[in-house]
Ligand binder design. Structure first.
Ligand code: ZN
Length: 387
């Protein structure tokens, strides 16, 4: 490995690894580990139990508790079917923007974090700095909890976590939680002319989907709770983003599968929404079984991500505010790993370069201005940890 790379060069390396969540991230992890090792930094891996993926974490500075932790995910969403104007796995610069899958979400931040760790190594820190790079964030934030658990016996416990999801370098102190359920309606197939003897899985599934519409309408018209009022929208939402079912227009569908997801505001319990959904499922299943007893509805949890609740005088938020000068209150409606760090006892805040509107898009980009703002932030952070 050759010398100390500027953040842009590190980002070019990271983007060149096509670490779509369904595929391995090990070549990227190998590269980061070797790069850190070339600067005398020992990184630690946490392996996925049965897929070729790893998380990576490392510590620089005094071997003591109280580190600032820079947290990012290494996986990216697919580019399948998206119209890209350039190779998504190569950083391409045009019009003041760096294009490439993950430049915004969130290899741009990962590159800045790696840069900061190496910079910190040479700067004589008086307070430690850590990085934590996870996998499987984009498929329901399932990689961070085992990584956080694996960090505990290996590194001194960090105090404040900065999760670098794109926030335009603003301090975001709250987000909704989320939980999602794969739902499989198992009906009974007959010729559609004999409809009343069959159980059409699609049409019964539609009752559950329309229940989501009712939930949203009711939540929209209710006054928001105190922790929810800052969110847009300021209430819990239910959503179905994927559905499949049926085999022919003239056969009552035997199967219908869909994904029912909830985005839950802080102050409400995810378990409560799960219980309400299960109650509705039981009602619809009873209607189905009154026609054909062996029909049923199966649901299984696909993800469960805690909310990030705004902290009272939170250490992470205070640090980010002092480094950015941003004193406004920001919350977002997308879930991140910040809630998982908070659940594990860390103070946590979101602050990263780029606009979330660019995430997951074809021609995803991060503006040079945002990337440079992120670089300035890291320079101030390292200076602060030396003071
Ligand atoms: Zn992300």
């Amino acid at each position: 490995m050759t010398g100390r790379l500027p953040p842009l060069e590190i980002m070019r390396h990271l983007v060149a690894f096509p670490t779509v969540s369904r595929d391995t991230n090990l070549p990227l992890i190998d590269w980061v580990e070797a790069y850190l090792a070339s600067h005398g930094i020992t990184a630690h891996r946490h392996l996925h139990p049965d897929q070729p993926k790893a998380a990576l974490f490392a510590h620089v500075g005094p071997w003591e508790e109280g580190a600032i932790v820079l947290s990012g995910h290494t996986d990216v969403v697919p580019v399948d079917g998206q119209p890209w104007d350039s190779d998504p796995f190569e950083v391409t610069e045009r019009n003041g923007k760096y294009y490439g899958r993950g430049t915004c979400d969130m290899k741009g931040f990962d590159a800045l974090a790696i840069w900061a760790l190496v910079e910190a190594k040479y700067s004589g820190l008086s307070r430690p700095l850590q990085i934590a790079l996870s996998f499987d964030e984009e498929i329901g934030c399932t990689g961070a909890p085992p990584m956080i658990a694996a960090m505990q016996p290996v590194l001194p416990k960090g105090a404040a976590v900065i999760v670098g999801e794109p926030s335009m370098m603003q301090a975001v102190s709250g987000h909704k939680g989320g939980t999602g359920f794969d739902t499989h309606v198992r009906g009974f197939e007959v010729h559609s002319s004999l409809l009343d003897r069959g159980v059409n899985a699609i049409m019964y599934g539609a009752k559950l989907i329309d229940w989501a519409n009712e939930v949203n309408a009711a939540n929209r018209s209710a006054p928001p709770g105190p922790l929810a009022a800052a969110f847009d929208p300021p209430y819990t939402t239910a959503h179905v983003g994927v559905i499949e079912g049926g085999t022919a227009h003239n056969i009552t569908a035997k199967d219908c599968r869909f994904a029912m997801d909830f985005r839950v505001v802080p102050g409400e319990e995810k378990a409560e929404w799960e219980a309400r959904y299960r109650e509705k499922v039981a009602q619809v299943q009873a209607l189905m079984q009154a026609v054909v007893p062996e029909t049923r509805i199966e649901i299984s949890e696909r993800f469960d991500v805690p909310a990030l609740a705004p902290e009272v005088e939170g250490a992470a938020e205070a640090l980010v505010r002092s480094l950015t000068g941003d004193n406004a209150v920001h919350v977002v409606s997308y879930a991140t790993e910040a809630g998982q760090f908070q659940e594990a006892g860390y103070s946590a805040v979101i602050c990263g370069p780029g606009d979330i509107a660019q995430a997951h898009q074809p021609n995803e980009y991060i503006s040079k201005a945002q990337f440079e703002a992120g670089h300035g932030f890291m320079q101030r952070l390292v200076a602060r940890l030396c003071a």
